[in-house]
Design a protein. Structure first.
Length: 130
């Protein structure tokens, strides 16, 4: 009597191997997709902070919305809005306050992703000092 595997045993082993390979490849693909998405979010955060720094370091600040696009498809939009400061009558308020928001967006497949940073900046009136 010869010893060996039957055809059914070989087919079952091949099926188990095929299913295992498909699962492993899907896990690998999911890891690559997560890595790419993480890289895009990191780049979006970098761009948002870069634009916010440009606005905060600018000589003059005024209300309004400006927008633009980076070379790699990321789009940005910033909005500066002057806040009303309640005057209590005790002493005049020696500054203006601006609410500044910067949003960076990008296309990820069919969905649009975005990241927003915001801050408040105090600005001396023209010719005044804080």
């Amino acid at each position: 009597m010869k010893k060996g595997f039957t055809l059914i045993e070989v087919l079952v082993a091949m099926s188990i191997l095929a299913v295992s390979l498909v699962v492993i490849l899907q896990l690998f693909s999911g890891g690559l997709k997560s890595s790419r998405l993480s890289d895009r979010y990191t780049r979006g955060i970098f761009y948002a902070r870069e634009k916010m720094d440009e606005i905060l370091l600018a000589e003059a600040l005024s209300q309004g919305v400006i927008s633009g696009e980076f070379e790699d498809g990321f789009k940005w939009r910033s909005e500066a809005r002057r806040l009303e400061i309640v005057d209590t009558g005790d002493a005049p308020v020696p500054f203006y306050a601006y609410d500044i928001k910067v949003e960076v967006g990008w296309q990820e497949g069919e969905k649009e992703k975005h990241f927003t940073v915001s801050t408040i900046k105090l600005v001396a009136p023209e010719g005044g000092r804080i």
